[in-house]
Design a protein around this ligand. Structure first.
Ligand code: P6P
Length: 338
């Protein structure tokens, strides 16, 4: 019965009680993300019906063709977090530079910055496949009262205060952590409320699903090729199932529920990997570790990587602990030539 399930709003307030001395700033931040998620969900769900599909004609820093929904989602999260002066700064996949929140009331006194991929997997929009939003929250490291600087964003993933994603799928879910476990909320669009549907999510220690774009096989590092052959061998609990949606949030979400591994390694076309460290790999890594899984670049913990650029890429092996460790054992037979 929905009535018996806690709503995200109630959960945020209860969580707030845990931190006696907290200012409520993080609660307000998660609450703003909650609002933006509902607005984006509304548009994503009717994308096929209105002229919001198709390319906007612009391209973003990634040089990727920006889908109108990409830009729309970016604008919605900007207005939810910037215009309402919830944070002191924000970095988005859709913006070359980070944004300093000016605002009327001195937003420079806010202590959090957000890094966000407003709509990951957007190439799937036109083919009606799930897409997602991924976000990461840090406490600023520069003094309050001053405009944010790049170092406020270039922090190791281990410094994250909160992280999460929204998956706009057959149902829309918001899954997030503030460092005290992972909780999943499902939206009832009829009343616009997120209900706690997946309390205290745990990543299965092992699984039988592997997600990778095998189309790049010829360009993979040898360790990845060896691991793929291992997954396909008729031995023990194998062969594993191969599932790849091409929308990392969806592949990740399925693996977190069923167990599995998602790999986007280096390739000759993507010598540093494809996924962005700050607003794709780090938030996913925080969630995974909070749920008992593992996230590395094949050699090092994702959340230990010292960022040097806002949009830098990283290879990622993430998911069930035993599967990631097995994949790493194949990688570690070959020197890390990154
Ligand atoms: P490829 C989407 O663009 C994305 O960032 C991830 O969500 C997805 O897993 C990956 O790239 C797909 O990349 O090269 O396999 O099409």
């Amino acid at each position: 019965m929905e009535g018996s399930h806690k709503t995200l709003g109630e959960f945020i307030i209860d969580n707030q009680m845990h931190f006696k001395y907290s200012s409520g700033e993080l609660s307000r931040l998660i609450n703003s993300i909650r609002l933006a998620a509902k607005i984006v969900n509304h548009e994503v769900n009717k994308a096929g019906l209105v002229d919001i599909l198709g390319s906007s004609g612009d391209t973003n820093i990634q040089g990727e063709d920006q889908q109108k929904l990409d830009i729309y989602a970016h604008d919605v999260f900007m207005s939810a977090l910037v215009n309402r002066e919830i944070v002191c700064g924000i970095a988005s996949e859709e913006e070359d530079e980070f944004i300093t929140v000016q605002g009327k009331h001195n937003a420079h006194d806010n202590k959090y910055v957000v890094l966000i991929d407003p709509l990951d997997g957007s190439s799937n929009i036109d083919v009606n496949v799930s897409v997602g939003t991924i976000f990461s929250v840090f406490r600023r490291v520069t003094p309050l009262g001053m405009p944010v600087r790049e170092e406020d964003f270039l922090q190791k993933g281990s410094e994250q205060v909160a992280a999460g994603y929204i998956v706009y799928g057959t149902s829309t879910m918001l899954v997030y952590t503030t460092g005290h476990g992972v909780n999943g909320f499902t939206l009832n669009p009829a009343i616009g409320a997120f209900y706690l549907s997946h309390p205290n999510m745990k990543f299965p220690k092992t699984g039988q699903i592997f997600s990778i774009n095998e189309g790049n096989y010829a360009h993979f590092p040898q360790g990845v090729k060896d691991y793929i052959k291992y997954c396909q061998a008729e031995e023990d609990d194998r062969p594993y199932s191969f599932r790849y949606i091409g929308s990392m949030v969806s592949d990740f979400h399925r693996n977190m529920i069923k167990g599995g591994i998602y790999i986007y390694p280096t390739t000759t076309k993507a010598p540093k990997g494809k996924l962005r460290l700050l607003y794709e790999c780090n938030p996913i890594a925080f969630l995974i570790e909070q749920a008992g899984g593992k996230a590395s670049d094949g050699y090092r913990r994702i959340m230990d990587i010292e960022p040097t650029e806002l949009h830098q890429r990283a290879p990622i092996f993430c998911g069930s602990l035993n599967m990631v460790e097995k994949a790493e054992s194949f990688m570690q037979k070959y020197p890390d030539d990154s």
